[in-house]
Design a protein around this ligand. Structure first.
Ligand SMILES: C[S@@+](CC[C@H](N)C(=O)[O-])C[C@H]1O[C@@H](n2cnc3c(N)ncnc32)[C@H](O)[C@@H]1O
Length: 241
């Protein structure tokens, strides 16, 4: 599984919203910006500010990030305890992170402690996932269970705005991302299936997965396939600012 390629695909889904939110939060004049859970740098690589920082729990991801976003300063660390002084960044953001952490409230409190503007650019709610034709519904249920077993909270997205408020962040804007995951080309479809096969290995018998893959391929070719995972964003101002 090529995770950087997957992260680039997810970054493409959220590009329009991200450009808008960064502009609202003042990216043009920002001097210090931090991505928490920066992974391989799919978002960091796009940004150009005087002091660009990324933090992640995985040393291997940071090694890749160094290649894709060479202008950024990278730190191995845990989002629950950010190793930066209070209010030391103009903007702190995350993208597909909070569903993975043990305590999203604590992570948002930390983001609000170190940053003036806090942005959560994309957090999905797989419990509201739509798969069509209906014969493909088990696929969504299996994947949601796989995420749970990997330690994620698959439905965190719906709690995003409430968690911002509990973290003492003054909400400026929040809502569902329009569009979201799209499978427009056969390449998108193949990437989606790389993830499905990696997620379901050892959880669902191989023959069941392959049967579902055939159904999915036929639906995709006929233009009948719908896959929608409601995904949410929020941005706000730290009350410490
Ligand atoms: C789905 S990836 C997203 C990566 C990147 N934000 C992007 O969108 O391309 C989630 C990332 O969060 C990192 N992560 C998970 N829990 C973390 C924690 N407690 N502290 C820091 N990073 C964490 C993972 O190592 C992984 O790189």
């Amino acid at each position: 599984m090529n995770w950087h390629s997957r992260y680039l695909q997810q970054a493409a889904w959220t590009r329009d919203l991200r450009i808008y939110l960064f502009e609202q939060a003042g990216l043009k004049t920002a001097r210090r910006v931090l991505e928490v859970g920066c992974g391989t740098g799919a978002i960091l690589r796009e940004l150009s500010v005087p002091a660009l920082h990324g933090l992640d729990l995985e040393a291997g991801s940071l090694d890749e990030c160094r290649i894709h976003a060479p202008a950024s300063s990278l730190t191995l660390g845990d989002a629950h305890s950010l190793p930066y002084p209070d209010q030391s960044f103009d903007i702190v953001y995350c993208h597909f992170l909070l569903l993975w952490v043990k305590n999203p409230l604590q992570v948002l409190c930390e983001m609000a402690r170190v940053g003036r503007s806090v942005l959560a650019l994309a957090e999905p709610d797989y419990s509201q996932r739509v798969d069509k034709p209906s014969a493909l519904k088990p696929l969504g249920e299996w994947q949601t269970e796989a995420l749970r077993r990997q330690g994620a909270n698959p439905s965190f997205g719906s709690s995003l705005a409430e968690t911002f408020l509990r973290a003492g962040i003054r909400l400026v804007e929040t809502g569902p991302i329009q569009g979201g995951a799209v499978m427009e080309s056969p390449k998108d479809w193949e990437k989606e299936w790389d993830v499905i096969e990696s997620d379901l290995a050892g959880i669902v018998p191989g023959d069941k997965i392959q049967r579902m893959k055939k159904l999915d391929e036929a639906a995709f070719r006929n233009g009948e396939r719908v896959l929608h995972v409601p995904t949410f964003f929020a941005w706000g101002k730290s009350l410490l600012d």
